[in-house]
Design a binder for this molecule. Structure first.
Ligand code: DNO
Length: 382
């Protein structure tokens, strides 16, 4: 398995010469400053690639080439957006970058309610409290119907939290929920979020699936011609949120997507942390079932609670059996004769990490710890 490290370019306070000391060989990066829907210019790709190469790395994966919201909503004439996406793929292929990750989560990317939850022995982790998410949906956004979407314990605890929460705590919660979008993207305030949510009013799971299939039919043939493997990232958390449908949350969802355009170029980012926070998801089984179509791997762990909450755990300490997942992946690699790029996805904020304002979860020491542990597992199993 090929060790990679996510680097946010100009938005990353961790320079590549420090990343080099982690031992990772490849970089996962994106042009975060390009607005969604616009073509990634060839010269900007070249510049990023040169920086990465000059530091002694390969640029192995693009994460992400974002999909414009209009494509997810299926609204209006999408021909320019599809053409732009294809052009970005062509520009990436011309620079030799052949693995492209994306997601199809409406509006938000990953969602947490606490970006610095204290851990027992020091350091902090990212945390999703079903209670606070429920409080946000029900009380702050005013979506009474959301009560039906959460475990009764989470609803009760969320009501109690809201009743005693200060304005500052509510603002902090909004900030945490909005933090999943790296780079220069829109952050919404409560009214802005309400407005953008309205643009998805009435969109069902079936509609979103139709829109994803349409997107795949528009871009996968081009990707295949260019030798690019596309790999969809699962929903995080793998459940509907804010009343928005989500369609990449479990093994059956993934099966439908891979089948919708049944070609190798239509693949999966196996994210053990995102899928791992879904109660019914068996990660080694998903790895086995999707073996031929996994092109990129995020290794991360979570500890789940019955009410739907979860905390990001140390890479080898959570509910997901990462040793078993890695074992499956090593088999996939030998059968397909590929070297799958993986990265230690997220890390705790440990030791001096607290002094550097990184993208949430993308710490130096926490991820280095995760990578080192995973490297040990891979080495032992191989
Ligand atoms: C979170 C990441 C996601 C991922 C996108 C891919 O840390 O795994 O934000 O990059 O969902 O499109």
């Amino acid at each position: 398995m090929r060790e990679t490290w996510r680097w946010f370019g100009e938005f990353d306070p961790i320079p590549l010469d420090q990343v080099a000391q982690t031992g990772a060989q490849g970089i996962v990066s994106a042009l975060h400053a390009v607005p969604y829907g616009e073509v990634w210019p060839r010269d900007a790709i070249f510049k990023r690639h040169s920086e990465i190469s000059a530091a002694g790395f390969t640029w192995d994966v693009v994460e992400s080439l974002p999909v414009h919201e209009d494509i997810k909503r299926g609204s209006g004439d999408l021909s320019t957006l599809f053409a732009n996406y294809r052009q970005s793929l062509a520009n990436l292929a011309a620079e030799g970058i052949k693995t492209v990750c994306y997601n199809f989560m409406p509006i938000l990317d990953w969602t947490r309610t606490d970006l610095a939850a204290p851990m027992a022995r020091g350091g902090t982790c990212l945390h999703f409290s079903a209670a606070r998410m429920a409080a946000f949906e029900v009380h702050i956004l005013g979506h009474e119907a959301a009560r039906g979407e959460y475990h009764s314990d989470a609803i009760a605890a969320g009501d109690a939290w809201f009743a005693q929460s200060s304005e500052a705590k509510r603002a902090k919660l909004l900030h945490a929920i909005m933090s999943g979008l790296p780079g220069a993207y829109d952050r919404y305030d409560v009214n802005g979020l309400r407005d953008v949510l309205k643009t998805y009013d009435g969109l069902t799971h079936a509609d979103l699936r139709t829109n994803l299939t349409r997107f795949l039919k528009e871009v996968i043939p081009t990707a295949a011609d260019l030798g690019i493997n596309m790999c969809i990232h699962p929903d995080d958390p793998p459940r509907d949120i804010l009343g928005l449908p989500r369609i990449v949350s479990n093994q059956e969802d993934i099966r439908l997507i891979l089948q919708a355009v049944d070609e190798g170029a239509n693949g999966l980012t196996l994210c053990t942390g995102s899928l791992g926070s879904g109660a019914g998801n068996d990660l080694p089984a998903i790895a086995r079932a999707c073996a031929d179509r996994i092109h990129f791997v995020h290794l991360r762990n979570v500890t789940k609670s019955v009410d739907g909450s979860f905390s990001e755990a140390a890479h080898l300490n959570g509910d997901v059996d990462l040793v078993a997942v890695i074992n499956e992946l090593l088999e996939v690699e030998s059968r397909r004769d590929v070297d799958l790029p993986f990265r230690a996805d997220h890390g705790h904020a440990l030791l001096s990490d607290a002094q550097t304002q990184t993208q949430p979860g993308y710490t130096l020491i926490g991820r280095l710890r995760g990578l080192a542990e995973l490297r040990g597992v891979i080495c032992a199993l191989s």
